[in-house]
Ligand binder design. Structure first.
Ligand SMILES: Cc1cc2nc3c(=O)[nH]c(=O)nc-3n(C[C@H](O)[C@H](O)[C@H](O)COP(=O)(O)O)c2cc1C
Length: 242
């Protein structure tokens, strides 16, 4: 399976074998992170691959490995993290490695890790490992997602990849507005769930953009327009050409 195909069958895995991934697999994941395209190349970010001993989480499932994601807190930082690490998520899923984004995780790391990433905050984690007893989705119908007509001002099949993207609590905060060749990308704020999730939804926006990038690697352009149209209950993230 390749990363594009992974978009249409991936899922969040919450059950893992206790067996650790081999060091060479972890090195390949490091390489996938280093090779991922950023949304904002100027924004400083960092990561650490850690074990369960360095993660505190109230949830009743544990992965065998985690990526702790660090970023400086500037405009676009969380969209950038979502964009980068969703490319890594698709890479792992395409190789049969289970993953799950983990907004509820807290880093319990020593001074060494914190000093290495000084000036940045650990704002998100992703659990991963060898999945146990769970399978990839076989049909697109197995994704619980809003219809294409609900996430865009026009039904555009090119946005199917974004429609299927994972998001915090499956909140799907994205809305797309067409303007000739350009598609303007907005984050929804009008519903309570989006108000509660706030910054987490910025990560989701980067994730959906990563799916569009994976489907359109050769042509994908992301940019900001000067006077984006205001839409009530939404804020502007950026614009794309694909
Ligand atoms: C930014 C983000 C944070 C998430 N945090 C958690 C979490 O803390 N715990 C959890 O079990 N799932 C978490 N998820 C997984 C979502 O619940 C999941 O992606 C969504 O329900 C859609 O399901 P799917 O990924 O299987 O398609 C998170 C997903 C994203 C994108």
């Amino acid at each position: 399976m390749n990363t594009k195909e992974a978009i249409y069958c991936r899922k969040s895995f919450r059950s893992y074998s206790e067996e650790l991934l081999k060091p060479e697999i972890l090195q390949d994941i490091e390489k996938a992170i280093q090779g991922a395209k950023p949304l904002y190349p100027h924004i400083r970010f960092g990561w650490e691959i850690i074990g369960t001993d360095k993660v505190k989480c109230v949830q009743n499932w544990r992965a065998t490995h985690y990526i702790a994601m660090f970023t400086e807190e500037v405009d676009g930082a969380r969209e950038n993290l979502g964009f980068i690490f969703q490319q890594v998520e698709l890479y792992m899923q395409s190789k049969g490695i289970g993953t799950c984004w983990l907004g509820l995780g807290k880093l319990n790391a020593g001074r060494e890790i914190l000093e290495k990433h000084s000036g940045m905050e650990c704002v998100m984690m992703m659990g991963f490992g060898i999945p146990e007893g769970e399978e990839y989705r076989k049909e697109v119908d197995e994704f619980k997602r809003r219809a294409l007509s609900e996430i865009s001002d026009m039904e555009d099949g090119r946005l199917e990849c974004a429609r299927l993207a994972p998001s915090a609590v499956n909140s799907q905060p994205w809305f797309f507005v067409h303007d000739n060749e350009t598609i303007h990308v907005y984050c929804i704020t009008k519903y309570l769930i989006h108000k509660v999730l706030g910054k987490m939804n910025k990560i989701d926006m980067g994730i959906a953009l990563a799916h569009i990038y994976e489907e359109n690697k050769e042509t994908f352009e992301f940019f900001k327009t000067e006077n984006p149209k205001e839409i009530k209950g939404h804020y502007y993230i950026g614009s794309i050409k694909i």
